[in-house]
Design a protein around this ligand. Sequence first.
Ligand SMILES: *Cc1c(COP(=O)(O)O)cnc(C)c1O
Length: 851
Amino acid sequence: MNTKNPYSTIGLPLEIERLNELAYNLWFSWNDEAKALFSLIDPKRWEQTLHNPVRLLLETDSEVWSALSKDGPFLEQYERVCQQWDAYLSDTTWFQKSYPEHLQHRIAYFSAEFGFHESLQIYSGGLGILAGDHCKSASDLGIPLVGVGLLYKRGYFMQKINQDGQQQAEQIVYDFNHLPILPVSNNNGEQLVITISIADRTVHLRIWQARIGRNSVYLLDSDVEGNSPWDRELTAQLYGGDQDIRIAQELLLGMGGVKALRALELPTAVYHINEGHAAFQAFERIREQLENGVPFHIALEVIRSSSIFTTHTPVPAGHDAFTQSMVEYYCSSLLNRWNDHRHEFLQLGMDEAKQLFNMTHLALNTAALRNGVSKLHGEVSRDMFRSFHNNIGVQEVPIHHITNGVHMPTWLAPELKELYSRFLPGRWLEDQTSGNLWKSLELIPAESLWETHVVLKERMIRFARSNLLEQFTRNGQPAEIIEGVHSYLSARALTIGFARRFATYKRANLIFSDLDRLDRLVNDPERPVQFLFAGKAHPADQPGQDMIRDIYRVSQMNRFRGKIILLENYDMNMARHLVQGVDVWLNNPRRPYEASGTSGQKAAMNGVINFSILDGWWEEGYNGTNGWSIEGNNEADWHTQELENTESIYRQLEQEIVPLYYNEGKLPTQWVDRMKQSIQSLAPVYNTDRMVMDYTNKAYMPSLKRTLQFLDNDYDLVTKVADYKRFIISNWHHVRFIEIRDDVNGQSAEFAAKASNDKTQGLKEVTATLSFGPIWYKDTVVEIVYYEQRGEDWYPVVIQMEPSRELDNRVVQFKAVIASHLQHLTHYTIRIRPISPSFVSSFELPLVTTT
Ligand SMILES: *Cc1c(COP(=O)(O)O)cnc(C)c1O
């Protein structure tokens, strides 16, 4: 396949021809020299185009190009960027060194949104930014990853805030030819089009390529001639439509995405789905196997072994679910073609309790490896999906966690990169996951770190003022108010930032519960505090928009004017300014609703100190000295938690944060110490290099190896595993307990003989006799389970029982020795479950029989 660059004939002079190549690779978004190069072409236009290099190239006149091709300093910068780009591509990568044998095995990464850069608005919030950062680190590390997503003609939306503080969602129709993406064409030079069946129709999809360093992300677009008007709108908007649009979009992403990979001739070994939106990939891949004559149960095992699912939503209501009839309608082509398997397909997503087809259930049923996005979120997910796993012990639910991170080259301020480069050893940015290296941060003089921070803070303030000027001018505010904006915000004042999607659980207006107390903080003549807020609320989320109005209302009160600020149209550009330029990053969600959160990680690497609820990543990142935690009793009802959290916020601001910040004159050395502690402890861990390495080591490579084994020798192993599972499932009802004996007096002769030995004091022997029917007892394990308290939590203790005697009729006796005070049913239970060396987890089959 070709990716035709329609602008390769844009007529750039030979001397600077490679600007095309640089503009069409989002590598520029994490290379400061490349951004500086584009800015040199036309600084104003670079800002006006929202840093879109393609529009910049298209809109620049030919005279400018002739002049630039003779401009010494520009050419020097151009050469420097080209050299860095070439060096980047030729570097030996972590993956090449770690897994040289797997260079040819591709990993597909599916996501409904991708946040790479403000010039490509196909993200709504953290989930998309995470996907973008994931792809960037995958490129940096040399992981052979290919992304799959949708290309939204109207993106998410542009947010404007009117004179009443009402959010207005403005739709912009993007011209794809003006974005840093390329159409993919077939070998005849025509644009590549794939088709997918949705309900009774065929939908055509074009494919666009976003180049992300070494890798690509392919984006599907249904706005194609020949599609019905309704279908042309399917990819119009991210999270824009009703349930019908939603399921259609998810089919385009999941099933269309797999088809696109095939049409692009990109053989793929492992499929990672970022949230349940893309779970329909399993349907398409099972269909492919069926077409090849593979039986359904074997096809399912093939798909499971090669799928990885990352869940992001700690609230049950947040998981997409559709009625069964919707799924039957929209998947009718697939289900009619494979009518014999209709029930099996539908069963993969059925939430029996709610009688809905749930995308998370589909993902859990079709991915062998599943994870949450922080330690705490892992726990929450195990708890939430315990009943899905036959109510086994919560710690044993096979859902793990890989904590999110952020892409350091994207989010770290250029000035800080320069400063760190002077003091951190070697190729520190490439080796950022080495905690040791960050010890050298001590060497940075407090003055230097502080001066750099102030430079970033001043830039952020200029940015905020210009955002407000535009907002107020458009809203027709009086001249004196508009004039006043120039003196809004002071670089000297302690500055607190809060920016993220305005979802209600994030409680953006928590700090407003006591305006007089807030007033005293903000208007302290010696030690003032100022706040910046920004974020979009989903257009259908009324409570979220009420929160915006509330923040706006406070920002317009005379006593807070110019000191509590609400910026409009939060995007990646604004996020960079804020996480680099404030002093404190505030996050006060309702615990445990913040699965991870990543904006605080961006802040941390920039020396901005986190002040947050111990939720998501901060629960594991906070070490007592690298920031502050907002306290409250997690067990209390929401209202009480809210009161306690608010009190904790005010109290710490008044007694700790403000005093520390204003402790010393111009150079707050203790504050700078805290900044350093925060950077040192958090930067090496909460970055996407560490995260993508974790995914590679713990998920991609194990999944790849298992899949290769499964498929080897003509599906030999996977056939055995699938047949074995089917046999076990249909015969498990034969397995039953016949007798349990644990009375201290009724011990066996051998045990009684040993009982004189001191070592067996206080111990007893437990015997369990089970009948197995046709199942071989060695395909199972019999275990004693009891709970032990460690700290505040209870942990399961599992003791394996050993077969001691085979009786008639497939009856086997098992024994184990435990403490004699433990009583059956009062303290412990005995369970039996099937095992296999080919299982990924102990509870791969939802079968366990317990006494
Ligand atoms: C990082 C980022 C987010 C995620 O913020 P959280 O605080 O983790 O919710 C959302 N939107 C944008 C534009 C971001 O850059």
